[in-house]
Write a protein that binds this ligand. Structure first.
Ligand code: AHR
Length: 332
């Protein structure tokens, strides 16, 4: 009798995970929760909520992948941690979602989990940032920004604007280290500093794309340096934090101040600061990826092959020429 009971328990232990794994919907923990009949199930692993850009990106995904549009979106916020993102993707694989979509926190660290996704036969769409891999069969396709181009755009503007200056003292506030957004924008400034003998990057540190850390780093920087000609700031939120620090320290910035701020994202709030002359130059990074990812998924559903890499068109805004109409038309 004992033996029969034991065998029964063993069978149950084998069946439960298998049944769980067969469910394509779920509540993100691998347990069945809702009926996803007739819906395309998307597991989306988001970086976190570090910036206005990121919030706009999450909103765009949520507004696109609704049940009314035929989707079940399982959104997992990785809170800025690579390990959380990898765990989320493993859960999506266990849940047998129809598509895995993710915005990589960093470029490195994806080979193992994406190999698992490939083995499970789940298409992977990378969005926003990119990953570094020698095997591009690990993902189906990517859509996002050309972060190197963004950095180059900012630096071309600096070269034109400061060409008559013999020397330039630059403070560089970086985004989250290892992310494509940080790498591309940082490489741009690095190449500019190599080309221009007078450019002196006097301080460089990460503010992790957040307002709080941007402020913290800038408070420290202002105590160290009396002269800062340029603050090259890798996103709007860090620029807002840095401006708070400069206001508190009674240091002037913007088109009529001592420090010219160059920022990235060009969110509505960032452009408000630009038209007011607080940010001198702002390079756009477009977060409205929901419809772009949906277009890819529709192609895949029809058996078509989407472009492997799709770069979003982006522009830049100069405080001297930006108009209110541009800001009013801004969706984020
Ligand atoms: O990957 C895009 C970057 O990530 C944005 O510039 C930044 O604001 C965000 O957090």
């Amino acid at each position: 009798m004992k033996k029969i009971l034991l065998a029964g328990l063993c069978l149950l232990a084998l069946l439960v995970p298998a049944l769980t794994a067969c469910n394509s919907g779920g509540n993100g923990s691998g347990t069945p929760s809702e009926n996803t009949e007739g819906l395309i199930v998307i597991g989306f692993s988001q970086v976190g909520a570090e910036s206005d850009w990121r919030l706009a990106n999450t909103k765009s995904m949520r507004e696109t992948f609704t049940e009314a549009n035929g989707y079940k979106l399982i959104l997992k916020d990785a809170q800025g941690k690579l390990e959380n993102q990898i765990t989320a993707i493993r859960e999506f694989i266990a849940q047998k979602v129809d598509y895995i979509v993710f915005a990589p926190i960093s470029e490195e660290g994806w080979e193992d989990v994406l190999t698992e996704a490939r083995k499970a036969g789940i298409p992977v769409v990378i969005v926003d940032r990119m990953i570094k891999t020698s095997d591009d069969s690990l993902y189906t396709c990517w859509v996002g920004s050309d972060f190197h181009k963004e950095g180059d755009t900012a630096v071309a503007w600096m070269e034109a604007t400061f060409q008559d200056k013999a020397d330039l003292k630059i403070v560089h506030l970086q985004g989250s280290i290892g992310s494509s957004a940080q790498i591309g924008r940082t490489d741009g400034l690095g190449a500019g500093a190599d080309r221009n003998a007078g450019w002196d990057v006097i301080y460089r540190a990460t503010g992790d794309f957040t307002q709080v850390k941007g402020k913290e780093v800038m408070e420290y920087v202002l105590k160290q340096f009396d002269r800062i000609d340029v603050l090259y700031c890798e996103n709007d939120n860090m620029a807002f934090g840095a401006m708070e620090a400069m206001d508190m320290a009674k240091r002037t910035y913007g088109i009529n101040g001592d420090t010219q701020i160059i920022s990235f994202d060009a969110t509505r709030a960032g452009l408000d600061a630009t038209i007011k002359g607080k940010i001198t130059y702002n390079v756009e990074c477009n977060p409205l990826h929901g419809p772009r990812v949906e277009a890819i998924i529709k192609q895949l559903e029809k058996g078509e092959t989407p472009d492997k890499l799709a770069y979003v068109e982006e522009v830049a805004f100069d405080a001297a020429t930006i108009t209110q109409e541009v800001i009013d038309a801004r969706m984020y």
